[in-house]
Write a protein that binds this ligand. Structure first.
Ligand code: UDP
Length: 511
């Protein structure tokens, strides 16, 4: 595929939530740096965030012009009863409107097909939450690839739970069970599962049924798709990548960590939303701290906590005595001098020791700073992987989605973190944890021999992650294999040949 018009052209269609958009843009950049023409689809209000994150990727002599562009699709808020402007999962005002948001995304199918008709890309990489995208791609005779946004480990765990339903064999919500046929003897309880899995068939409400139908559709559309791209790397969860391929017969390519597609400081700082605290100031503040002396606390872009929980976190941070940067998804009310949810005089007492960032932080830059020695995370897969790439031990505090599996991965498989002790799956507002438990978990990752051992294990992943995406690394080669396969497919469609004919004329190609 030499000339511009013949370049492999891929549509990237992320779910409108930062945890899905950011890695999809990272991925588009990765493809583009390998000579693929990438077009990212988004909604008008998300466009500035997409453009910031794309930035100006660096060209190389082998790839002198990097082609990334964007197209927008109107997001139908009002049609589904969402407030105007609610185009990103972070703006959903209450958990009761999550389904309305998903209904709005379902209405994106028709405008997507319009764009496919107009631009005729060779492939569509679409988020798992768009199960109808496989049919859309099929209408135009192009392959659809699924992006789940999570690890091979979590994908295997979810599939084992679906196949064997071990939670149906326990007598109480808190009785542990082992996830069958998943390497590593991983134990869960029913309380850590989403509501649609916990419920009995007889008492399911309409919302639960709708979620169950969605997950069934996601699975079916994946089975009919070209394959799955995974943001992880072989050195991290290769056992589960193999399990996924050999046992579950999924066709996957592990091409991450995609966050490493951002090389310089500016690019890293521009990933996602504009930071609420100047990144230079933030780094200057960290420069004044000893190596591994500072905790970073952030719960991603969607999870929330009520005021009493935020207060417990503040008290635990103060009691632990460690420096910290704490990201809180709440802005201070204009009329208030001090946030009402903080213990009295907290910020004054913590001056020089702790920094509260209200809104959005340049997470990757902070995690990579030598002063950061621990990460309190909600275990969203992006944050988890960014913690791994930075070699930072974690306090795991899952809230929803597949975060409870990610917690198991961090604490029991790679053993670079400790659980804070969450007992229950929530939707958007996290389960409550007491100050003593938070303080204890913080001390375990920041102090003493156990912390040292975790840190040593964690540090080994810094180079492993970098090597995976460098030339000849595992993710680099898997991405090559995928691009090659898509080029063959595109050439085949172009020449109206079938794959068997093409392989016969070119010799067999094995990924
Ligand atoms: N993020 C960030 N600054 C913030 C909050 C989040 O840069 O203040 C980024 C973070 O680095 C990650 C993404 O947003 O790449 C969040 O994705 P994740 O899967 O961790 O969690 P989600 O937001 O989907 O729950």
């Amino acid at each position: 595929m030499g000339s511009e018009s013949q370049k492999l052209h891929i549509f990237f269609f992320p779910y409108p939530a930062h945890g899905h958009m950011i890695p999809t843009i990272d991925m588009a950049k990765l493809f583009a740096t390998r000579g693929v023409r990438a077009t990212i689809l988004t909604t008008p209000l998300n466009l500035p965030i997409v453009s910031r994150t794309i930035g100006n990727p660096k060209t190389t002599p082998q790839n002198p012009d990097i082609l990334i562009s964007t197209l927008t699709i109107r997001f139908p808020c009002l049609e589904v009863g969402l407030p105007e402007g609610c185009e990103n999962a972070e703006s959903i005002p209450s958990p009761s409107l999550i389904l309305n948001f998903r209904r709005a995304t379902r209405m994106l199918q028709q405008p997507l097909e319009q764009l496919l008709l107009q631009h005729q890309p060779h492939c569509l990489i679409a988020d798992m939450f768009f199960p109808w995208a496989t049919d859309s791609a099929a209408k135009f005779g192009i392959p659809r690839i699924v992006f789940h946004g999570t690890s091979s480990f979590a994908q295997c765990a979810i599939e084992c739970m679906r196949l064997y339903q071990p939670h149906k064999e326990v007598s109480s919500d808190s009785e542990p069970f082992v996830i069958p046929n998943l390497p590593g003897e991983i134990k869960m309880t029913k309380m850590l599962l989403p509501k649609f899995m916990r419920s009995n068939d007889d008492d399911d409400d309409d919302d639960t049924n709708e979620v169950m139908r969605l997950f069934k559709a996601i699975r079916e559309s994946e089975l009919r798709s070209f394959g799955v791209v995974v943001n992880s790397f072989y050195g991290l969860d290769g056992v589960y990548a193999d399990h996924n391929r050999k046992v579950f017969r999924r066709k996957t390519w592990q091409i991450g960590p995609v966050s490493l597609s951002h090389r310089d400081m500016k690019e890293k700082a521009n990933r996602g939303k504009e930071a609420s605290f100047n990144e230079q100031e933030c780094l200057k503040w960290l420069d004044s701290k000893e190596p591994n002396s500072t905790l970073y606390i952030c719960f991603g872009s969607v999870a929330n906590f009520n005021d009493s929980q935020l207060r417990e976190i503040a008290l635990a941070l103060e009691a632990s005595g460690h420096n910290f940067i704490w990201v809180v998804r709440k802005s201070r009310k204009e009329e208030e001098e001090e946030d009402q949810w903080l213990p009295e005089g907290f910020e004054k007492r913590m001056e020089g020791k702790g920094l509260i960032i209200r809104g959005w932080a340049p997470q990757v830059l902070i995690l990579e700073h030598v002063a950061v020695g621990g990460f309190v995370t909600h275990c969203g897969w992006n944050s988890t992987l960014e913690g791994v790439c930075a070699g930072v031990p974690m306090v795991t505090w899952p809230v929803a989605a597949e975060q409870f599996y990610n917690e198991k991965f961090v604490t029991e498989v790679v053993r670079i973190g400790v659980p804070v002790g969450v007992k229950k799956f929530a939707e958007m507002v996290g389960d409550s944890v007491e100050k003593e438990d938070i303080e204890n978990a913080i001390r375990r990752v920041m102090e003493g021999e156990e912390a040292e051992e975790m840190r040593n294990r964690a540090k080994k992943y810094i180079n492993m992650a970098k090597q995976a995406v460098e030339e000849r690394g595992s993710s680099y080669l898997e991405l090559n294999a995928l691009i090659q396969e898509l080029e063959i497919q595109a050439a085949c469609d172009h020449n109206h040949m079938d794959l068997a004919e093409l392989f016969a004329s070119h010799g067999r190609y094995e990924p």
